[in-house]
Design a protein around this ligand. Structure first.
Ligand SMILES: [Cu+2]
Length: 126
């Protein structure tokens, strides 16, 4: 009886160890699943950082359909306001973002209305 109990105990221990190993492996592979990316359309995005009262990059070229996100990493508020009125972020406090999707080709000059010398440009290509 005691020998059988020892075997059962051993099997139980192995089961616990196997479970621990498989659970660990499962959580590792879970973050790398990217199987459906080939069938979904590519999401194009680009980022402009606002820092030191400058847009970086100040001159950006993207493809039609790209969403550009401006991120205010400065200590003061800024705006992203298109010269032609295509888009306007309004006041952006430090730490906030503004996104705009460019669905037409062209050149879009913009500036910060608070700091008129703070200028940038997005060129959108087909
Ligand atoms: Cu500004």
């Amino acid at each position: 009886m005691s020998k059988a109990g020892k075997i059962i105990g051993g099997i139980a221990l192995m089961a616990v160890l196997l479970f621990a190993v498989s659970a660990c492996g499962g959580s590792d592979s879970g973050t790398t699943s990217n199987a459906s990316s080939s069938t979904t359309p590519e999401i194009k995005s680009s980022k402009v950082v606002m820092k030191g009262s400058k847009f970086d990059p100040g001159d950006l070229t993207v493809e039609v359909g790209t969403t550009v996100t401006w991120s205010n990493e400065d200590a003061v508020a800024h705006t992203v306001t298109a010269t032609g009125g295509a888009f306007s972020s309004g006041n952006m406090d430090p730490g906030t973002n503004f996104g705009y999707t460019f669905n037409a080709a062209g050149t879009f000059d913009y500036a910060c209305t608070i700091h008129p010398s703070m200028k940038g440009k997005v060129t959108v290509t087909e």
